[in-house]
Design a protein around this ligand. Structure first.
Ligand SMILES: [Zn+2]
Length: 248
């Protein structure tokens, strides 16, 4: 395998390799209990975000940047707000489905502060929620519609559940387990093991650093054609006109 430069691409880390403070905050592989009493293993593989600039630059999909999933306030542990920061690898699945929501809604989808990844140490992480897996998003606005009433929340919840049976949208309401000032959608407790990772060990360090999709995307290094996909695929095969427009 060719040597991969570290300044580009997202480094994948096994949280068991992180220092003791980070491990205590991220609790890789530990069981966390949800409101209903079901227990789930917390994620173990994370992307390392080296800097604020990297968080702003790295895009997970055409319209969703990594930074949108790690916007937190003082409710998150101080160490986890300092770079390098860590986000579960399954975050890319959340971004993929949010991109589908954007397509279905035909308008930009805005995530709330604390509305993406929340660590187990985050003050809102009282019980296991998919936010701790990076597979949930709280959306406060779609296009110009601020989601603070039953009509708008239920309308977009229908849109979300129509996209895929993988998606759950929290019902409108004021009680625990419901939402009245945002839309919560999630994929459940999904963990993602990047293909670069070997699972044939328990808690010993990986021998050398691994890097993820951002690097592989650089198709020109593989000699891929430079034309956009829409020109390479047969007519009609590329039915997503928004994919070529990166602005929000
Ligand atoms: Zn939520």
């Amino acid at each position: 395998m060719a040597e991969i430069e570290s300044e580009s691409g997202l480094k994948i880390v096994d949280a068991f390799d992180l220092d003791a403070d980070l491990r205590a905050l991220l609790r890789p592989g530990e069981l966390a209990e949800g409101i209903g009493g079901q227990c789930h293993h917390l994620p173990r593989y994370f992307y390392e975000i080296p800097s604020h600039e990297a968080a702003r630059e790295i895009r997970l999909t055409p319209h969703f940047g990594l930074n949108e999933f790690v916007l937190v306030d003082l409710k998150e542990a101080a160490r986890l707000r300092a770079f390098p920061r860590y986000v579960p690898c399954a975050i890319r699945l959340a971004a993929f489905y949010l991109e589908r929501l954007r397509e279905a809604a035909g308008a930009p989808v805005h995530l709330a502060v604390n509305g993406g990844y929340r660590s187990p140490a985050h003050k809102l992480s009282v019980a296991a929620t998919p936010h701790m897996w990076g597979t949930a998003a709280d959306v406060y606005k779609i296009g110009n519609v601020v989601l603070r009433d039953r009509a708008s929340i239920e309308t977009y919840n229908r849109v979300i559940e129509d996209i895929s049976d993988d998606l759950y949208a929290m019902p409108y309401g004021h009680e625990i387990g419901k939402a009245d000032d945002h839309i919560h959608l999630d994929l459940g407790y999904v963990t993602l093991v990047p293909r670069e990772i070997s699972e044939d060990r328990l808690e010993a360090p990986q021998e050398r650093p691994r890097f993820a999709f951002e690097e592989r995307r650089r198709g020109d290094r593989r000699g891929w054609p430079r034309e956009p996909l829409s020109e390479v695929l047969p007519a009609g095969a590329h039915a997503n006109p928004s994919a070529s427009a990166p602005e929000k």
